[in-house]
Design a protein around this ligand. Structure first.
Ligand SMILES: N[C@@H](CCC(=O)N[C@@H](CS)C(=O)NCC(=O)O)C(=O)O
Length: 209
């Protein structure tokens, strides 16, 4: 039996979205960040990092959103869908996009803004870091935009877990007031018309008061 822990955030949405792309029957435990629910003794025994999302599949416990997306697609997707096969150049390109999205568009940029603007009561004010993060995001996302001006998807010519992650991150950027160019807006809108996204997004938000 499969379980996804976590709801309400962009990162938890990715895990639910992939489960819905795959048509998996799973349990959603929609605990939220900074509610205390990620720091109960019971949850910390599952993920000592005190973070969501977390996937449990039998005796496998996985945290880190990108690892969850990749594992689910590797394990449950029909060959030739949702992730390029192991070993080829497209799989290397998929890995490259996933690292790029995690590091350049999330950890070094949007998450810095989140920590030092929205959550400054927890992490402190850092206006210079926010300014650098905004500039960094705009510079790096332009690389994705240029690629998508010539390609419908990031890699392999079909929708993969990398597109899922990028479309989720771009929505996060839009919510933060980034002025995405028409290529990125069109790309994001197309991914958000996928039935799996619509269902997962509704579920992921369902505990927001
Ligand atoms: N590197 C992790 C980051 C996960 C993360 O930071 N999750 C946040 C919510 S988006 C969280 O769980 N924060 C815990 C808390 O603040 O209670 C990933 O990519 O999955």
């Amino acid at each position: 039996m499969l379980t996804i822990w976590g709801g309400t955030t962009s990162r938890t949405l990715h895990a639910h979205w992939m489960c819905h792309e795959l048509g998996l029957d799973y349990t959603a435990k929609l605990i939220g960040p900074r509610t205390g629910e990620t720091h109960t003794e019971a949850f910390l025994s599952i993920n000592p990092k005190g973070k969501i999302p977390v996937l449990i599949d039998d005796d496998l416990v996985l945290s880190e959103g990108a690892a969850i997306i990749t594992y689910l697609a590797d394990t449950y997707a029909k060959p030739g869908t949702l992730i390029p096969v192991h070993g080829g150049h497209d799989r290397a390109r998929y890995n490259q996009w996933q690292s790029f999205i995690q590091m350049e568009l999330d950890a070094h940029t949007l998450y810095v803004i989140r920590k030092h603007r929205d959550l400054q009561h927890l992490y402190g004010e850092a206006p210079a870091a926010i300014e650098a993060a905004i500039a960094g995001f705009n510079k790096q996302v332009a690389v994705a935009s240029e690629h998508l001006r010539h390609n419908e998807y990031l890699v392999g010519g079909f929708f993969t877990g990398a597109d899922l992650m990028l479309a989720g991150i771009l929505q996060w950027a839009k919510d933060y007031g980034f002025d995405l160019d028409p290529t990125l807006l069109d790309y994001t809108n197309r991914q958000h018309q996928r039935p799996a996204y619509i269902t997962a997004n509704r579920l992921n938000k369902s505990t927001v008061p």
